[in-house]
Design a protein around this ligand. Structure first.
Ligand code: FEO
Ligand code: CA
Ligand code: CA
Ligand code: CA
Length: 597
């Protein structure tokens, strides 16, 4: 009864092998071109990149930042509906963090554990955040930066508004904003999102590491998010409000007299209107406060609520869903949809069913769970500021580090990468391997057609790992063409193919069988999975977006030669030997200029 011939593969390219070359490798017939690396001038005086890293803090505020991560291409006419342009648009991308040893001519200056040069720290602050760049494809098919009023740098110091239920909350009142309604900057922006109304979403992941507190007995809104006695870059050790705000140590009786509440301004989803360079970015508190990896929308329908998903990327943290109270109306400014709604957290049951548990102070079951666990919240603002604690109280499922999500356009199934979790002691159905070093991809189907309901059914799409410890989408072990570990970036193209990017580090990268970080493509319809790209040495492959005609794919290469210093360069990508390695976008095209697949 079998059909006599196999249907044509939807992955018609030669899978490439794992590799350890210091370059980008793509299949025959494709090309990968570096584009807008760290330091590319995009605005202001358009200061040229100085190879010796001698650019000033102000130069850096007019150049592309470091550590490219989540990214989205907005066609220049994105707000005009179908038939959008594929040769002209705004590329918007995150700069997750920095390699201070490469950002300065001879690395950062630290004296007795303290930063001493304000200009250096200002440059670090300006190398974080988001870039908005207008770009155009020329007649030769090459992409170029357009000098444009829309080009913009948002940094870890850019003024922002706070909206949603926690706006004005006592725990958000600071010296900078005694009303608790405004803040400065966004940092550690990992993955991203974009709204159906054409705005960009940047997500605050490991923001806690930017703060220090010498206090003991921390309040729960600092304790549960892992604030420590020293910070990653030591910004708080310099005098002056612009730096001391990163020191959350108690100094006064009233928290508005010191910076105890400053960390409460981070861990949010930030909305940026890339088409209005004068717009103020908005932190939407209704979406919860945690180590937000990204935010993805379920397909929207006019007259229905918007639904989006976000993972908390830390060991044993949770996956969340948000359902707006108000309905989506095309053509309207819909930002308020992200200010009023219900935040849910996922429980994955052992029988393959799942429940979305509301974190809502007006919900009877939520209050019951709080009572049973002895957790109290004064108001919904406090619930959202303490999202992790609220999720603990309702008994959500602790996951193996939720990273990116993606929704299959074929059938609305939601896929999430769980990158790894070596701290897992006991396996459960949704996280089936203890000390999970390789990670997996989970997927679920909502029981409600509009994604807004509280029940779903889930299964595991892929167990990453070597041949001896893995399971591909076809139910078989992964092999030479498709082994991978630590899946992170995830994206569906318009035709329902799933693109998977990896973020292996340490011994997995150096001693594992997987080679450098990579990108693969899966076809959930057929179960096929093939490796499409291998990145340069020491780099993460992350960030992905395409033009509507699918003739250009943008991918980011983060921290090539990770661990390099000015005198010990561990990668020569992308500029060649003797040049500092630079995070960069990569433009992927077919050599014949046709659709990628
Ligand atoms: Fe910044 Fe979760 O990766
Ligand atoms: Ca990253
Ligand atoms: Ca990531
Ligand atoms: Ca990661």
């Amino acid at each position: 009864k079998d059909f006599p011939f196999k249907p044509r593969s939807r992955l018609p390219f030669d899978a490439i092998p794992t590799g350890r070359a210091d370059t980008i490798t793509v299949p025959p017939g494709y090309k990968a071109t570096p584009f807008i690396p760290w330091g590319t001038p995009i605005t202001g005086r358009y200061p040229a990149f100085a190879e010796d890293a001698s650019n000033s803090a102000q130069d850096q505020a007019e150049q592309i930042g470091m550590h490219h991560d989540g990214m989205h291409f907005f066609p220049i006419d994105a707000r005009r509906g179908p038939g959008m342009r594929s040769d002209h648009g705004l590329l918007v991308l995150n700069h997750e963090y920095i390699d201070a040893p490469l950002l300065h001519p001879n690395g950062p200056t630290v004296v007795s554990g303290k930063r001493t040069i304000a200009e250096e720290v200002r440059k670090e602050i300006n190398a974080h955040g988001v870039s908005v760049v207008e770009i155009r494809r020329n007649v030769n098919g090459e992409w170029e930066v357009v000098p444009s009023r829309r080009n913009r740098r948002i940094t870890a110091a850019t003024p922002m508004q706070i909206t949603g239920p926690a706006r004005g909350h006592k725990l958000l009142q600071t010296r900078y904003s005694p009303q608790g309604t405004a803040t400065r900057g966004t940092q550690n922006n990992c993955s991203n999102g974009f709204t159906p109304w054409g705005t960009y979403l940047t997500c605050e992941e490991n923001w806690a590491g930017y703060f220090a507190t010498r206090d003991t007995g921390l309040p729960r809104e600092l304790q549960r998010y892992g604030l420590r006695s020293s910070s990653r870059f030591g910004w708080e050790t310099l005098p002056g409000d612009e730096f001391e705000r990163f020191d959350a140590t108690r100094k006064t009786a009233d928290a508005t007299g010191d910076y105890r509440n400053e960390p409460n301004h981070f861990g949010w989803i930030v909305e940026i209107d890339p088409f209005d360079p004068d717009s103020t970015p908005v932190k939407h508190t209704a979406l919860g406060r945690f180590a937000h990896e990204g935010l993805i929308f379920a397909p929207v329908k006019p007259g229905r609520p918007v639904v989006c998903y976000s993972g908390d990327d830390s060991q044993n943290e949770y996956i969340y869903k948000y359902v707006s109270r108000h309905k989506y109306r095309p053509g309207q400014a819909n930002g308020r949809l992200l200010d009023e709604g219900t935040l849910y957290v996922a429980r994955f049951n052992a029988d393959g069913s799942g429940d979305w548990l509301p974190l809502d102070i007006n919900d009877r079951n939520f209050l019951k769970a709080c009572l049973a666990t002895g957790v109290t919240f004064a108001d919904q603002g406090e619930v959202l500021i303490n999202t992790r604690l609220a999720a603990d109280a309702v008994g959500a499922t602790r996951m193996d580090r939720p990273e990116w999500g993606a929704v299959n356009p074929d059938n609305g199934e939601v896929y999430f990468t769980l990158t790894n979790n070596t701290a897992r002691t006991a396996a459960d159905a949704a996280n089936p391997r203890p000390a999970n070093a390789y990670g997996h991809i989970i997927r679920w189907r909502e029981n409600s057609r509009d994604h807004a309901g509280s029940r779903f059914d889930w299964n595991i799409f892929l167990l990453a790992g070597p041949e001896s410890d893995s399971r591909g989408p076809d139910g078989k072990s992964l092999g030479a063409q498709n082994i991978l570990a630590s899946p992170d970036g995830l994206w569906f193209d318009d035709e329902g193919r799933l693109w998977i990017q990896t973020d292996m580090s340490g011994s997995q990268l150096s001693a594992g069988p997987f080679g450098n970080n990579q990108m693969l493509v899966a076809d959930p319809r057929s179960g096929e999975l093939k490796r499409f790209l291998v990145g340069p040495l020491g780099a993460e492959v992350t960030g992905i977006s395409a033009t509507p005609d699918f003739r250009t794919l943008f991918v980011n290469i983060q921290h090539p030669g990770e661990g390099s210093t000015a005198t010990n360069l561990l990668s020569a990508w992308p500029d060649g030997p003797g040049k500092r390695p630079r995070s960069s976008t990569v433009v992927i095209q077919r050599e014949d200029g046709r659709r990628l697949l």
